[in-house]
Design a protein around this ligand. Structure first.
Ligand SMILES: [Cu+2]
Length: 150
C-alpha cells in the first residue's frame, strides 16, 4: 500500500510530455461457489513514460466489480480491503493475483461456467477505457496459472 501511494504522488507531480500506454492481458475470472463473488485476475502493463491510474472496472455480466487488496492481519490471517484506485507506474507492470490485488465481481447476472468469456471494461484516468476479455476458470486451475513463488 505504501508503494502505491508513492507512485500516485509521483504521477501527479511528473511533468514529462510522454503518455501512459496501457495493455491489459491474461485476464481470468474464477468460477465462484454458489452466489459467492468471483475473483478477477489480470496483468496491467504500462509501456508508456507516464503513470496512469485504474479507477474502476465494469462489466455487463455483473452488478459491481470492486478493487480489493489483501491486507495481513493477526498472524497468518489476511483480509480484503477495498481500494478506490490502483496506480500503474510508468514502465510498470501490475499483476492482479491471488493473495494480492484483485477485482471482486459481485452480483453476476447469470452463473459463470468454466470456459465462458467475460468482457470487462477497465477505466483508466488518463488512457480512457480498455476492454479485456477474461476466461472463466475453475478454482482448481489457479495453482497452475499462478504458481506460488519460491
Ligand atoms: Cu476481494
Amino acid at each position: 500500500m505504501k508503494t502505491l501511494a508513492v507512485f500516485a504522488v509521483a504521477g501527479l507531480v511528473a511533468c514529462a510530455p510522454s503518455e501512459p500506454r496501457i495493455v491489459v492481458t491474461d485476464a481470468v475470472v474464477v468460477v465462484p461457489a454458489g452466489d459467492a463473488p468471483a475473483a478477477l485476475y489480470l496483468t496491467i502493463e504500462n509501456t508508456g513514460g507516464a503513470a496512469d491510474t485504474l479507477r474502476a472496472i465494469t462489466t455487463e455480466r455483473a452488478r459491481t466489480v470492486s478493487l480489493h487488496t489483501q491486507a495481513s492481519g493477526m498472524g497468518a490471517m489476511t483480509h480484503m480491503v477495498a481500494m478506490p484506485a490502483l496506480a500503474v507506474p510508468a514502465h510498470g507492470r501490475i499483476g492482479l493475483r491471488p493473495g494480492a490485488e484483485h477485482g471482486m465481481v459481485e452480483g453476476l447476472t447469470s452463473p459463470l461456467l468454466a470456459g465462458d468469456s467475460v468482457s470487462f471494461t477497465m477505466h483508466f484516468a488518463r488512457s480512457g477505457t480498455q476492454r479485456v476479455s477474461a476466461r472463466a476458470v475453475p478454482y482448481a486451475a489457479l495453482d497452475s496459472l499462478f504458481p506460488p513463488r519460491r
